[in-house]
Ligand binder design. Structure first.
Ligand code: SF4
Length: 373
């Protein structure tokens, strides 16, 4: 990311938010979308396995980044966490309460404390409504304030996110992309949430304004004590903002670790491939970086491969990978404590060429599941 408003260097992630209690616990969450066919009598003919058995903890005050290819399920997971999607199974524990199956009425007090910032600052704002009303909506819906008091609070929020409070009566079309995203940020902050899920908050913006929004989010985190789940395609952005990072592939988390550990010594072959595809600004890191080209497409989430879901594309795959699903766990001898779902994770300093250590040249994978077209 290049920009006039350069990203500031954050404090060390481990220093920034010394270990708090989990604010959010996601336990074995599954989300499937049914596929139906038929004109009058629709019958289910399958389902899309969007999120499959995902567990994750988010501590108060930290930022957890979620990365992965398009369609890996990260946005669906974000919507499950905030209960915008009902869960197929599993539990979401927020602030000590199981919100997995709460009714809309029961969810109301929790909704105030968890908000989302959406990707598209153009599509997520109603073009026919004035900005003051858009930002003030949460205050009105939750009966926080009305009349002049609401207007005062909205203008205060506008000022805090870098908008001119005198533009209260303008329409979204009168703002630039970056300003519209600031409107989305102000709306998300209106109820003073504790958890904010940022779903690709800068990917629709010009690179010239991405850094401004990232710096704004970091300032707000400090000022309001916010906890973030941060979803982004841009790995450099995720590395910059996150304390910990979870990597998703085809609906599953395949690796989780502290940011510097994950970017410095990735263990899972998919993480290595994902990081190798990203440009590296540091010339020293770029010099030693290995380039891993994955072959084939991501398999269909309608019929994900058995065993390890990455085995159809993994350069280290062995026969066991096609039949036995690797658990997400800390591997013996890993001093950095990565949680890795792989039978043959990379050791520190190992490059991803050929077979896993101590294993003969890999025979061809014999799974019947090939990559989907
Ligand atoms: Fe590759 Fe096997 Fe590890 Fe899956 S379990 S990532 S196929 S080595």
């Amino acid at each position: 990311m290049t920009d006039g408003a350069a990203l500031r260097t954050p404090a060390s992630p481990s220093d920034a938010h010394p270990g708090g209690e989990p604010l959010l616990r996601v336990e074995n969450v599954v989300k499937r979308f049914p596929i139906r066919r038929g004109i009058f009598f629709k019958r289910q003919i399958g389902s899309v396995h969007a999120v499959d058995d995902v567990s994750l903890e988010v501590r108060s005050g930290e930022t957890v980044g979620i990365v992965g290819e398009t369609g890996c399920g990260k946005s669906t997971l974000a919507r499950c966490v905030t209960r915008l999607h009902p869960l197929t199974s599993g539990r979401v524990i927020f602030a000590g309460a199981d919100i997995s199956r709460m009714s809309p009425r029961q969810m109301r007090p929790y909704r105030r404390r968890m908000q989302m910032i959406f990707q598209d600052p153009y599509g997520s704002l109603n073009p026919r409504r004035r900005v003051g009303s858009i930002i003030g909506d949460p205050l009105a819906i939750h009966g926080v304030s009305e009349g002049q008091e609401r207007r005062r609070q909205v203008q205060e929020l506008m000022e805090r996110v870098g908008l001119n409070p005198e533009h209260y009566n303008r329409f979204p079309a009168e703002f630039s992309g970056g300003q519209r995203q600031r409107i989305g940020v102000a709306r998300a902050l209106a109820l003073r949430p504790t958890l904010v899920v940022c779903d690709e908050p800068v990917s629709a913006l010009d690179v010239s304004v991405q850094a401004q929004i990232i710096n704004l989010l970091e300032d707000l985190q400090t000022d309001f004590g916010l906890t973030y789940i941060f979803i982004a395609h841009d790995l450099s952005v995720v590395e910059h903002v996150s304390d910990r990072v979870a990597v998703m592939y085809l609906g599953k988390i395949v690796e989780t670790a502290g940011t510097s550990a994950l970017f410095g010594t990735p263990r899972h072959p998919y993480t290595v491939a994902l990081l190798s595809a990203a440009p590296v600004a540091d010339p020293e890191r770029a010099r030693v970086a290995q380039r891993v080209i994955l072959e084939g497409d991501v398999p269909s989430p309608i019929a994900p491969p058995p065993g390890c879901r990455f085995h159809t594309r993994c350069p280290r795959a062995q026969p066991i990978c096609a039949t036995e699903e690797p658990p997400l766990e800390v591997k013996a001898g890993d001093p950095e404590g990565h949680l890795t779902a792989c039978h043959f994770p990379l050791l520190a300093g190992e490059t991803m060429v050929g077979a896993a250590p101590g294993v003969a040249a890999p025979p061809p994978i014999t799974s019947s599941e090939g990559p989907a077209a």
